[in-house]
Design a protein around this ligand. Structure first.
Ligand code: PMP
Length: 451
């Protein structure tokens, strides 16, 4: 480590407690102090550059220091940085709500804002529960969730998620949920198609709905990709079946599009690929182009109407966060949506995704790669001990960490989830940069699996 970086590392480690980190790891692998970002590149204080292949935790869409988003945030800063959203309003939140409701699946006409993804999930969970109470069905208070799902770290969001690593220790604090096997297509039988597997797995959900509909408020899913659960993917047919079954059993459907929204899976929202409209759609991360913490839950008129009454009836949704609908975040979000419109981002992404997929699939030949899977601008590479029998590496071996450190030495930020190496780059990446990513990943996987 050069002295320019070392000075920051020393000051950092004296006071900063980093997220999702065993701080002792920093004894041998110090955090990297970043001085600036530009496009897909991050630069440390010694001038070393890193290609941000994970979009800074899946938030960045159009590169760091994007001139158009910068200009929008700067302009907003000069007029209004923040205002209470209870009793007051502002132009950025009004205009953003108009734009989002026009873009979202038809019928999602109401926007409730928060300031991060987990908070959006809390809002959706509380709203669904409260809707059933307000409409005279208080017994409907449980949530149905998929195995291997992830919805955030606050206690409600953690409860409806299912990644053991994050959840197990806090279990005594969490509400009890109904967990159903995942449609994850990595688990499909040899020869089965994604659609066949996802459709077959739906039988578990149908059974759970039939059994629990009387006490279930909502089913919550990550549409198409279980990201934190290792970028496990499933077929849209599952969502179509789920929508129909939720209607039949009178249970809400919450779509957590926090990671997959805004073009990640090939369509603006992943739900579109199944042609469905959820009752609640949670958005964050890419909502602001990855600039500022903002989230929103979109819902329907019937849900809104169930809360609309005289104050004394106490049916209102009395939930708030200080920075709900922050004007700077809304301005960044509007600039982000403008880029989608002006640059025809979804069409451009199709070409980029095709290149990414064509290059990444080469990794499937590796003796310790069981699968390379893709959905739009997400590609995942599953490292395994035994390819023929799909035996996973023990998590204690931390194979992903070897990929991470190798990639850093080559100027690429890859941050595997367990044994899954993935690419989820900003949409401004070039084909040449994609080639670099794949080459570095190949070397990293080699280094991680060579024993
Ligand atoms: N839901 C999903 C699907 C996510 O991927 C994440 C974040 N990784 C969250 C919720 C939580 O969002 P946040 O980290 O902003 O609380």
């Amino acid at each position: 480590m050069t002295s320019a970086n070392a000075a920051y590392v020393k000051r950092d480690l004296a006071h900063v407690w980093h997220p999702c980190t065993q701080m002792k790891d920093h004894e041998r692998l110090p955090p990297i102090p970043i001085r600036r970002g530009s496009g897909v590149w991050l630069e440390d204080f010694a001038g070393k550059r890193y290609l941000d292949a994970v979009s800074s935790w899946w938030v960045n869409l159009f590169g760091h220091a994007n001139p158009r988003i910068n200009a929008a945030v700067r302009a907003q800063l000069d007029s209004l940085e923040q205002v209470i959203l209870a009793g007051f309003t502002h132009e950025p939140v009004i205009a953003l709500s108009e734009e989002l409701t026009a873009l979202a699946p038809a019928g999602l006409s109401r926007c409730f804002y928060a300031d991060n993804g987990s908070s959006a999930v809390e809002v959706a969970v509380k709203m669904s529960f409260h809707y059933w109470r307000n409409t005279g069905q208080p017994a409907k208070r449980r949530f149905i969730t998929l195995a291997n799902s992830y919805h955030g770290e606050t206690l409600g969001a953690l409860a409806v998620g299912n990644v053991e690593l994050y959840k197990e220790i806090y279990r005594p604090l969490l509400m009890d949920v109904i967990t159903v096997p995942s449609p994850d297509c990595y688990e499909r039988a040899p020869g089965a198609s994604w659609a066949e597997h996802s459709r077959a797995q739906f039988a578990h959900m149908e059974a759970a709905l039939a059994r629990h509909a009387h006490e279930a408020a909502a089913v919550i899913v990550e549409p198409l990709v279980q990201c934190a659960g290792g970028m496990r993917m499933y077929d849209p047919v599952y969502l179509s079946l789920l929508r129909a079954a939720c209607d039949r059993h009178r249970v809400h459907l919450i779509a957590d599009e926090i990671a997959v929204g805004f073009g990640r899976t090939g369509t603006l929202f992943a739900c579109e690929q199944a042609g469905i409209r959820p009752d609640f759609m949670c958005l964050s991360k890419g909502l602001t182009g990855g600039y500022l913490p903002l989230s929103v839950v979109l819902t329907t008129e019937p849900v809104y109407a169930a809360f609309y009454d005289e104050y004394a009836k106490l049916t209102a949704f009395l939930h708030s966060h200080s920075f709900t609908g922050n004007p700077l975040g809304c301005a960044a979000a509007r600039a982000t949506l403008a880029i989608f419109r002006e640059d025809d981002t979804l069409a451009r992404n199709r070409a980029l995704a095709a290149h990414l997929g064509a290059r990444a699939v080469e990794l499937e030949a590796h003796p310790h790669v069981a699968e390379v899977r893709q959905r739009g601008m997400i590609v995942a590479v599953e490292m395994v001990r035994d390819k023929a029998r799909r035996v996973a590496y023990d998590w204690r071996e931390r194979r992903g960490l070897t990929v991470y450190t190798h990639a850093l030495s080559r100027g690429v930020l890859l941050r595997p989830v367990g044994n899954v190496v993935y690419f989820m780059p900003p949409y401004v990446i070039t084909p040449e940069e994609i080639d670099l990513l794949v080459d570095v990943a190949r070397e990293g996987i080699e280094a991680a699996t060579c024993d």
